[in-house]
Design a protein around this ligand. Structure first.
Ligand SMILES: *Cc1c(COP(=O)(O)O)cnc(C)c1O
Length: 374
């Protein structure tokens, strides 16, 4: 038995849709499959505009352009996140200002945001860690009072909700990922979601090399020309065709992930009671998508032993993130606002267990080995 940490799930329809894209002769972006995917996102998430991109990283870079980040502008964000959350703003000369996470959800601690605001603050970038929503009402209220944009890094958050609202529909802008390690995949892939009507037209232009191509094709302008800064952020139709097969199955995929997640969670309750580990915490106002099952072990040493013990049984578990505020680049370009205790502790103690469709038949073995290893 060899249990990888992740195994991309295919619905079986991907090649069929790719063959349709191939037969249609339209291989560049914004063909019929991209339109289907955008419409699905707009309907399911309820955003004003969804635009497929070639990654979540690309969508975050677009968000930084749309937020008009200028050199020296500050963006408040967690340090416990993937590098793209920060890099997107740093590429525009922005300064990441890192705030600690909450010890329960491991999301940005909304009670520490206001103390990090300065006259240079332009935006707040929140990350819905493990697909569990941040405390968005509080965050949106802070943003309103200080006239800041909120960008949701919802890379892990598709099909989750906060107070009944889908993640990705709450901030001014949001970014999704369809990387093969996420729930709904296209290999590499992502989307920018726009919830602020003032940013829709510009988002289309930034995505298409700074041109008004979309308006031109809709007959809204009579010339197709260069009107803004931008780049090429759209995926080709082959990727969109693959993604469409996944979107059609999004409910079934989420349900199966939730079953695996729930099985882990139930079995580990006794270990939590015995003080051997801490399980994920789900706030009452959130529904989640089972993007990740993690456990927190008491110390770094115990975690290292745990990962080794599972590896000896051919089960791969992984840890992440090295906090951005203490990373080599993060120290040069950003700064920590306040104490980073929970970020540092989580980075030492968290371990992610395998969670992929097909794991069901090995799940009892994995759980048995986890119980022996903690
Ligand atoms: C996966 C991930 C990203 C990057 O997604 P890509 O599609 O690979 O660019 C960004 N932020 C978070 C929180 C992620 O988990």
């Amino acid at each position: 038995m060899n249990i990888p940490f992740n195994k991309p799930y295919m619905t079986g329809k991907e090649l069929w849709y790719i063959s349709q894209a191939h037969a249609s002769g339209h291989l560049a972006g914004d063909g019929q499959f991209t339109k289907k995917c955008n419409a699905w996102l707009e309907q399911r998430i309820g955003c004003q505009k969804a635009l497929l991109t070639h990654s979540c990283t690309a969508a975050l870079e677009m968000a930084a352009i749309l937020a008009d980040i200028q050199p020296g502008d500050e963006v408040i964000m967690p340090s416990y996140t993937f590098v793209s959350t920060a890099n997107a703003f740093v590429l525009r000369g922005g300064v990441p200002v890192f705030v600690d996470i909450r010890p329960d959800t491991l999301n940005i601690d909304e009670t520490k945001i206001e103390a990090a605001i300065t006259p240079r603050t332009k935006a707040i970038a929140v990350v819905h860690y493990a697909g569990v929503g941040c405390e968005m009402d509080t965050i949106m209220d802070i943003a309103r009072r200080h006239n800041l944009l909120v960008i949701e890094d919802a890379a892990q958050g598709i099909m989750s909700s906060y107070k009944g609202r889908p993640l990705g529909s709450i901030g001014h802008l949001a970014a999704l990922s369809f990387h093969e390690t996420k729930n709904i995949i296209s290999g590499e892939g992502g989307a920018l979601l726009v919830n602020d009507a003032r940013l829709v037209a510009r988002a289309e232009m930034v995505r298409e090399k700074g041109t008004n191509r979309s308006q031109f094709f809709r007959g809204q302008v009579d010339k197709y020309t260069w009107v803004d800064v931008g780049s090429s952020y759209l995926p080709g139709e082959v990727i969109a065709a693959f993604l469409w097969a996944q979107m059609e199955e999004a409910d079934a995929i989420t349900k199966r992930r939730l079953d695996i997640w729930g099985t882990y969670h139930q079995w580990f309750a006794s270990l939590e009671q015995a003080g051997k580990l801490r399980r994920p915490v789900l706030p009452r106002e959130c529904t989640h998508n089972a993007h990740m099952y993690y456990i927190l072990l008491p110390t770094l040493q115990r975690r290292t032993q745990f990962i080794e013990a599972l590896k000896a049984k051919n089960i791969l578990s992984v840890f992440h993130y090295i906090p951005l505020h203490s990373s080599p680049r993060g120290q040069q370009v950003g700064r920590a606002a306040g104490d980073m205790t929970h970020t540092n502790q989580t980075s030492d103690r968290l371990v992610r267990l395998p969670l992929w469709l097909g794991l069901e038949e090995h799940l009892t073995d994995v759980i048995t080995q986890v119980m022996a290893a903690v």
